[in-house]
Design a protein around this ligand. Structure first.
Ligand SMILES: O=C(O)[C@H]1O[C@H](OP(=O)(O)OP(=O)(O)OC[C@H]2O[C@@H](n3ccc(=O)[nH]c3=O)[C@H](O)[C@@H]2O)[C@H](O)[C@@H](O)[C@H]1O
Length: 432
């Protein structure tokens, strides 16, 4: 009671002071209590934000990890198994563009003779990716594992060389097609220049360094008029961006050979055709249109001169690729440094027997037993050259390259595959 009275009615001024002091103290305590509560709240909020952020980064990292199409112990095991040669002194070859036309055939040929093969392909949609998936299944049925990834992915390439000491790289990944460069120029720079450099960087850093065989193109001869085209002819007048990027590739590979001791062989392919081919190429799209009763456009040169190509059958090209791998010397660098001069070669791989485009159509008509609806028009100025013709004496002498399939025979084999693949022989045309 007394305490309560004293509190309500202080009896002395001194007591008032004390009471005031108590009041201030109480206020201070209240204030301190609320400040510390605020402080605790702040701490709590900071902790909450921090844990949210770290959870987010965990989610990001793990989603990246889980969505990555490569990596992990099982993946590495598959790579090692695929890369393992099955013959003594066999190669371990990394084939880029393995789900592509030439890549599939070369991979199969290497596997059949007992070499180890790992494929790499980005399965882009330049043409129907389901054809690339079908090629991948074909490769898988022969024990060849194809990694889904891009040659611009330096981390992936480093990982592959980490897992397997590849003896060779068969570099066939590229943005192909002469006329498509008008529509999508950046894709040529991305694959044929940036991708090439990323790949060469990985090869340079690899220990041991692999020997590299890669696909250049007959298109580097551009406006060259001297026939047949020899490796020593001018190649500084490309007629398309595609050709320019392939020519740039020849210069870039030379640089890596010169500075880092990489063994390099460039192959100038001449209009390669055959089963499992590329739907964007004339022989393929003509076949599709002829079977579907649609017209085809046949380009002609100035003054109605027929265009001609040194069409080369895929099996001959494969022999040239394997001959190049077999004769490639080892790279001489290690630890990113050149230890001595390294091999640098360029070869034409053609058929050395050009055929006109109207003749190509006639052969297809005969094999398909259907008449084509031809629209002839002057070649638009979009990168085409009027003719190609390979001098193959260098490849013959140094690689033992000797093409044996003429266009008539090669197209017969292509048509047989086409009819079977697209189901014509069984139940009429698939709707393609
Ligand atoms: O050797 C190469 O380095 C290149 O070969 C190939 O290019 P090209 O020789 O141009 O083959 P391709 O398109 O089949 O046209 C063949 C002919 O048909 C004509 N052509 C074409 C299409 C058409 O609708 N009409 C037509 O007359 C056309 O004018 C041409 O005269 C590869 O595609 C290329 O990636 C590259 O590897």
């Amino acid at each position: 009671m007394r305490i309560l009275e004293d509190e309500l009615f202080p009896s002395t001024p001194g007591k008032v002071k004390i009471e005031r002091a108590h009041a201030i103290n109480r206020q201070f305590n209240r204030c301190f209590a609320s400040t510390s509560t605020m402080f605790l709240w702040a701490l709590f909020l900071i902790a909450l934000t921090a844990s949210y952020l770290s959870f987010q980064s965990f989610v990001d990292t793990s989603s990246k990890y889980f969505s990555a199409s490569w990596g992990g112990l099982h993946w590495e095991k598959q790579i090692r198994a695929s890369a393992e040669p099955r013959r003594s002194q066999g190669f371990s070859v990394l084939v880029t563009g393995a789900a592509g036309f030439v890549g599939t055939h070369v991979s199969l040929a290497l596997r059949k003779r007992g070499d180890g093969v790992v494929g790499l392909d980005n399965f882009n949609s330049y043409y129907d990716p389901s054809l690339k998936k079908a090629r991948k299944s074909l490769l898988a049925s022969h024990g060849i594992f194809v990694v889904e990834g891009d040659i611009n992915d330096g981390r992936l390439l480093a990982k592959l060389f980490d897992v397997v000491p590849f003896t060779h790289v068969m570099h066939l990944a590229a943005q192909a097609g002469v006329r498509y460069a008008i529509e999508n120029p950046a894709s040529y720079v991305h694959s044929n220049i940036a991708g090439l450099v990323t790949l060469l960087e990985a090869c340079k850093a690899a220990d041991p360094q692999p020997a590299i065989v890669w696909a250049s193109s007959s298109s580097v001869y551009g406006l060259n008029e001297k026939v047949p085209f020899s490796e020593s002819d001018r190649t500084d007048r490309p007629a398309s961006l595609y050709a320019a990027t392939k020519k740039a590739g020849e210069e870039i590979t030379h640089t890596y050979n010169h500075i880092y001791g990489l063994s390099i062989t460039g192959l100038r392919f001449f209009t390669v055709y055959g089963p499992w081919g590329r739907p964007d190429m004339a022989y393929f799209s003509f076949t599709r249109n002829i079977l579907q009763g649609k017209p085809i456009t046949v380009y002609s040169g100035k003054n109605r001169v027929d265009l001609a190509r040194d069409f080369t059958y895929i099996d001959d090209i494969v022999k040239g690729c394997l001959g190049s791998l077999d004769t490639a010397k080892k790279s001489t660098g290690s630890g990113g440094k050149k230890r001595g001069p390294a091999q640098y070669r360029i070869y034409n791989l053609g058929n050395t027997s050009p055929v006109t485009v109207p003749m190509l159509v006639s052969i297809l008509e005969r094999h398909l037993k259907v008449k084509a609806k031809r629209n002839v028009m002057e070649m638009p100025g979009n990168g085409d050259v009027p003719f190609t013709h390979a001098n193959i004496s260098l490849a013959r002498a140094e690689l033992g390259y000797k093409p044996t399939t003429n266009l008539e025979t090669g197209l017969k084999k292509f048509v047989k595959w086409y009819l079977q693949y697209y189901g014509y022989s069984r139940r009429g045309a698939r709707n393609l």
